[in-house]
Design a binder for this molecule. Structure first.
Ligand code: NAP
Length: 259
């Protein structure tokens, strides 16, 4: 299937590694130009250079903190220099570990700024570019934890649930401008971070510890590869998914325990 993405400009936040990098790479594989963002300059520039060389597309990098207004402005300006965004994937995010009783206000605020305000500010700025090009697509990367919480991360669960609701509200507004908005809720996706954490906790036995996590949570009894999730995300952002509007899609190997 031709995803009709050749020559489109796709902006992916949190793209120096993990899922974001995989999504940017998949857009490039389909012929789209890509703008990768992350805070660590060396890493995001290296990822962009590698993806650009691999697929012969324009791949640029922005080093900025998207949990700040200035960091979002830098991304919006960089997208404008590429002719304006057609696609935006709000992916930058991270897990947490706390109790409600102990977590300080500052921690709640920082996760709100990263998981929600980054999506608010970037979608607002990039929508103008998309509208000027006739329309576009946006994808919020929330989490299964937006609907099925893990006990150790209440701040993550709460802010990802807020992102899911934001995606729905945004969709109703944006479709009038021919911009489709959807949300993806991944389950267990095997990223280098999961592997490193398992190595730290279990040493040589780290593969077994990942298998235990998969056995406990996912009916399919394995993690997804980054590529499996990225293929789904890129399809949703492509013109081939033209009737998908304002929906949330679980890519979770059966982890969700409700219908
Ligand atoms: N892996 C999973 O199993 C899983 C499951 C469900 C949902 N998700 C969601 O998927 C997204 C990606 O997860 P991942 O596992 O791929 O994470 P990851 O490997 O830790 O990558 C996170 C990326 O986001 C960037 N980032 C973090 N904070 C940022 C900030 N303030 N401004 C700009 N960039 C920032 C990081 O680079 P810098 O640190 O250099 O900024 C990095 O490029 C997250 O939103 C996560 O909640 C993951």
């Amino acid at each position: 299937m031709d995803l009709q993405l050749k020559g489109k400009v796709a902006v992916v936040t949190g793209a120096s590694k993990g899922i974001g990098r995989g999504i940017a790479r998949t857009f490039a594989r389909e012929g789209a130009d890509v703008l990768l963002t992350a805070r660590t300059r060396d890493a995001v520039e290296a990822a962009a250079a590698e993806i650009g060389a691999e697929y012969g597309v324009t791949a640029r990098a922005v080093a900025s903190d998207v949990s700040t207004a200035a960091g979002c402005d830098a991304v919006i300006e960089a997208a404008a220099t590429m002719g304006g965004a057609d696609i935006f994937v709000s992916n930058a995010g991270t897990g947490s570990n706390e109790t409600v009783a102990d977590a300080p206000d500052e921690k709640w605020q920082s996760y709100w700024d990263l998981h929600v305000m980054a999506a608010v500010r970037l979608s607002r700025g990039l929508a103008d570019q998309m509208e000027a090009k006739g329309g576009g697509a946006m994808l919020m990367n929330a989490s299964i934890c937006a609907v099925q919480p893990l006990w150790y991360e209440p701040i993550y669960n709460t802010t990802k649930a807020a992102l899911l609701m934001f995606g729905k509200c945004l969709s109703t507004e944006m479709i009038k401008r021919n911009i489709r908005v959807n949300t993806v809720n991944p389950g267990l996706i095997r990223t280098p971070d999961w592997e490193n954490t398992a190595r730290e906790l279990r040493g040589d036995d780290w593969e077994a510890s990942l298998q235990e996590v998969a056995d406990e949570h996912a009916d399919i009894k394995r993690f997804a590869s980054v590529e499996e999730l990225a293929d789904f995300c890129v399809f949703l952002c492509s013109p081939r998914a033209s009737y998908s509007v304002g929906s949330a899609y679980h890519v979770d190997g059966g982890m969700l325990k409700t219908i």
